[in-house]
Structure formats: structure tokens, C-alpha cells
Design a protein around this ligand. Structure first.
Ligand SMILES: [Zn+2]
Length: 162
């Protein structure tokens, strides 16, 4: 997927997640969207830095990199929601294009789903929007039924005595 697709995905996902995390639809929702949209968009752009540094779809397209961004808010109370952008970038590359990504890099094997459309296809934007809708639904299910994605990190740190 190209940068335009990743930004479209990140912006739409931020709006959707804003409503998932703060469903009231008033100022609180828009503040939440503002809070998460920049980190998510930056996260969604980050993996393709490996077009210049390292090997594209490998060096920054793997679970170890995602793990670092998931750990940062938990360990340093920093870079919140950037992991959402990195994760959605991987999903979009996996589902929304023909080529896969090396999830277990430095193992070179690239994984892909057989349902992708080429990044140059006229359906690329439609696929991006459909994937984003599915992601918002998945996040809502996790947020409401598994674990709150709007974690109070101060409380978490206190609980762990940090
Ligand atoms: Zn990519």
C-alpha cells in the first residue's frame, strides 16, 4: 500500500476509534480524535521508512517492531497510540496488497493473505475503507469485551509500584 492509502486508513481509523473510546459524539469525542489521530498517523507512516533504511517490507514490517511500540506506553508512558498506526499499517499491507511482509524478520519469509488487490488498483481506496471499517469493529469488540484500549497508564504504573 502507498503512503496515501496508509494516511487515509490512519485518519479514518482515528475518527472511528475516537467514537469507540468516547461515544458521546460531543466535545469529548473530538478531543479524543485529536489526541489519537496524530500518533496513529505517524505510526502508520513509520514502517515504510524501511524503503530508505534497511530492507523494505522487512526491517520495519515485523512483530518485533510492533512489540517495541506496544511496550513504549507501558514502560515509558510515552508514544501512546502509535502502535495502533503501526499495526494498521501491517494489516493494510497484508490484506490490501499483493505482496506480503516479513512478520518474523530477520527470517526473510514474507507473509501475505491471498485476497489482496494491487496498490495501483482502482479499488485500492475502496479496499482501504472496508479494511478500516473492519478494524474499527474489531477494536470496538476488544475495547468493550476484552480490555480497555484507553488505558490509564498512571493507574497502571501505580498498580505495579512504578
Ligand atoms: Zn508498508
Amino acid at each position: 500500500m502507498n503512503k496515501k492509502g496508509h494516511v487515509l486508513n490512519a485518519v479514518l481509523l482515528s475518527i472511528g476509534l475516537g467514537y469507540v473510546l468516547e461515544p458521546s459524539g460531543d466535545t469529548v469525542t473530538f478531543v479524543k480524535i485529536a489526541q489519537i489521530s496524530i500518533p496513529i498517523t505517524l505510526g502508520a507512516l513509520f514502517p515504510d521508512v524501511d524503503t530508505e533504511f534497511g530492507r523494505h517490507r522487512k526491517t520495519l514490517h515485523n512483530l518485533a517492531v510492533l512489540g517495541v511500540f506496544v511496550a513504549y506506553p507501558l514502560v515509558f508512558d510515552n508514544l501512546h497510540f502509535v502502535w495502533v498506526g503501526v499495526l494498521t499499517h501491517y494489516i493494510l499491507d497484508l490484506v490490501g496488497s499483493k505482496r506480503g511482509i516479513a512478520l518474523f524478520y530477520p527470517w526473510d519469509e514474507e507473509f501475505a493473505l491471498p485476497i489482496g488487490v494491487a496498490t495501483t488498483s482502482k479499488y485500492a481506496d475502496l479496499v482501504t475503507v472496508l479494511i478500516t471499517i473492519a478494524e474499527v469493529l474489531a477494536f470496538a469488540l476488544v475495547h468493550y469485551y476484552v480490555v480497555s484500549l484507553d488505558i490509564d497508564f498512571t493507574a497502571l504504573a501505580t498498580a505495579f509500584g512504578l
